[in-house]
Design a protein around this ligand. Sequence first.
Ligand code: G6P
Length: 368
Amino acid sequence: FLVEKGNHRHFMAKEIYEQPEVVGHTLTQYLDMAKGQVRLPFGDQIDWKGLSRLTISACGTSYYAGLIAKYWFEKLARLPVEIDVASEFRYREAPLPEQGLALFVSQSGETADTLAGLRYARENGQVILSVVNVPTSTIARESDAVAPTLAGPEIGVASTKAFVCQLAVFASLALAAARARGTLSAEDEAVHVQHLIALPGLMAKALQLEPEIETLARELSKARDVLYLGRGTSYPLALEAALKLKEISYIHAEGYPAGELKHGPIALIDSDMPVIVVAPHDALFEKTASNMQEVAARGGRIILVTDAKGAAHCGIEPEATIIMPDMDPTFAPIVYALPIQMIAYQTAVFMGKDVDQPRNLAKSVTVE
Ligand code: G6P
C-alpha cells in the first residue's frame, strides 16, 4: 500500500518523527502497563531459565540493535550472549549449545545472510526466535517464535524507526528473561517497566533538539572524517551513529569504544576531525570524560551528546553540546538514538544528498 511523506521533506524525516509513536505502540504489545509487568506477545514459548547461552545474528543497523541487546541480556538476565554479523555467522561453523536459543533481527525479514544464519541455526538444533518488522516475511515464517516490531513500513533506506522498535522489543525480552531466570525482582521489573513507559515522552523531547542539531550539521558537513565514541551501550550506538552518517552523507565515519581511543584512533586527532562523544551521565561517564579530556588535550574538536549533569561534569568545554533530557540510563540508547539519526539526516540534507535513496545501498539485501 501507499505510504506518503506527509509534511516531511523525506521519508527518513517522517520516520524519525514517528519514533515516539511507534515505540509506544510496540511497547503496548510487550507490557502490561497496569500491572507493571512484561507480557510477551508469544507467551511462554521460550524457556529462558534453561538457557546456557543466547546466540544473536543480524546485519547492518539490526546487528547494532543486537549488540545493545547483548548488554541488556547479560546485565539484567545474567544470560551470556554470543553475537556476530550474519555474513560471518553463517560460515564460521560455530558450535551451538544443545537446545540453545538463536535470535535473528531483521527489519525486512528477507536479508539473505540473516536467513542463511537462521537456517544454519535450525540445522544445528536451535530454537529460533526472530525480531522482525514484516510479519509475513521469510525470516518470520521460518522462526519458532516471532517478536514483532510495530514500526510500520520503513521506506528510508537508512533504518531509524525499525531500530528503536527493535531496541524496545529487546528491552522487554531482556526483562522477561531476567524475571524467568530469577535475576530481577517483581519490584525492580515494575521500575524498569515505568522507565520503558516514559520513553516515548523522552523521545518527543529529544526531537525538539532539531535546531541545535541543524547548526551542528552545518559544521559537520565540512568534515572529511568523523569519529564517534561511547562506552557500554553507548558504544554500539557510536557504531550505529557512524553507519548512519556514512550511509547518507558519504562522510567517512568510525565508531569506537571510548576506552580503545588510546590504542589507535587517538593518532588521528587533530583540529580538523570532529569527535562526537555519546555519553549520558551513567556509571561509566567519568571514564568517558577522561577519554574526552585526552582528545581535548590534543586539540581535538569535541561534540558531546549528554544530559545536563554530563555537561556540567565533563571537565572540558566542547565545541558543541547536545543536552538530552534526564532519564534512567539503562534504556537510554532508545532515546539517544534520535539525536544520532538527526545529526546524520541534517548533515546529509545540508550537503544536498539523496537521504532516502543513498547511492549503492538497498533497503533489503536479498542476495548474498
Ligand atoms: C540494508 C539496509 C540497512 C539494514 C540492513 C539489514 O543494508 O540498508 O538499513 O540495517 O540491510 O536489513 P534488515 O532488513 O535485515 O534489518
